[in-house]
Design a protein around this ligand. Structure first.
Ligand code: ASP
Length: 316
């Protein structure tokens, strides 16, 4: 199992089922559901930070390498486990993705309950953001210090993210993966990121391996990041080299984009944001890579069990 750092508790809970020969998609979905339901994780599902209207809109997708099928929901509201709804799209429809109101109605038709996902803590952070974002509207900023101390500081533009990804290779050599998120905090309503887009925020191929991403979704979409990694693995690259090659492309693509959006780059010419990829091939080799900085990712293998390892940054 390979995934984002926040997948560790789920890996600990589901690792035995993988060792016992369980289906990789069952293990991946059960792993991410733990974070979807955790009100203390501010980046995924319940307790996540809402869009600019204060509404929680979630994105999720899953893919099964054995059947080469996928399912996704995007901008879905009031559903606790969008990863399970993505699986229903895959298994109970002839479609790959259902977004918006239709996704909610589809989930309800399969018995998923209507759930309020905006916690009081997240609502207070959202209203503090709304009241502080401009001095040209009629909302007045709250007293800063006590609010910030109680509810945590507000994320800056390129910190407004968080997601969970999990890729699994079964004892029978099958791969599957899932990615689920509440997306960027304060996003424009209806914005769908990479987590719902097969080829961007996740991809697996039963002949090759599995990959997924967290971080700036637009960069994963514009590079077809997870699919590109799988194609590089297919050509014989090791997971870490495949990941770094796609990150190098993202750097070059961002430098071109910065011609019209300069804030995408820092003063030293590096991207102002981060992207992580989690990669697993059929030989059981894995990597966790990122653009820059120190971070962990989660791994569980037969020898070492579930644990954190260090992301290998491209740019240090
Ligand atoms: N990739 C997610 C998105 O862009 C956010 C994240 O992973 O932090 O929606």
């Amino acid at each position: 199992m390979v995934g984002s750092a926040n997948a560790l508790p789920g890996m600990e809970a589901n690792w035995e089922s993988v060792l016992a020969g369980g289906h990789p998609l069952d293990a991946a979905i059960e792993t991410v559901k733990i974070v979807e339901a955790d009100p203390n994780d501010a980046s995924v599902g319940l307790g996540g930070l809402p869009n600019e209207d204060g509404v929680m809109q979630l994105d999720a997708a899953c893919m099964d390498g054995e059947t080469h099928n996928s399912g996704a929901v995007g901008a879905i509201e009031n559903i606790l486990h969008p990863c399970e709804v993505a699986r229903l799209v895959m298994e109970r429809t002839d479609h790959c993705q259902i977004f918006g109101e239709g996704a909610y109605r589809f989930a309800r038709s399969h018995g998923h309950p209507h759930t309020e996902l905006l916690t009081e803590k997240a609502r207070r952070r959202w209203i503090r953001w709304k009241e502080s974002m401009s001095d040209q509207d009629d909302r007045l900023p709250p007293p800063k210090e006590p609010e910030a101390e109680k509810h945590g500081s507000l994320p800056t533009r390129f910190e407004r993210h968080g997601t969970i990804h999990c890729s699994v290779l079964s004892t029978r050599g099958q791969v599957a993966c899932t990615t689920t998120t509440s997306g960027l905090a304060w996003k424009i309503p209806g914005r769908v990121g990479d987590s719902s887009i097969v080829g961007a925020g996740l991809y697996c191929d039963g002949e090759v391996g599995s990959a997924g991403s967290t971080g700036r979704g637009e960069a994963a979409i514009l590079s077809c990041g997870s699919h590109s990694i799988i194609e590089l693995l297919r050509q014989g690259k090791a997971p870490i080299d495949a990941g770094h090659e796609v990150l190098e492309r993202i750097v070059r693509q961002t430098q071109r984009m910065a011609q019209w959006q300069p804030s995408l780059l820092k003063a030293d010419g590096r991207p102002a944001f981060n992207v992580h990829f989690y990669i697993l091939d059929l030989r059981g080799r894995w990597a966790g890579v990122g653009l820059s900085g120190h971070a962990n990712f989660a791994v569980a293998d037969r020898d070492g069990g579930p644990r954190h390892e260090k992301i290998v940054p491209l740019l240090g």
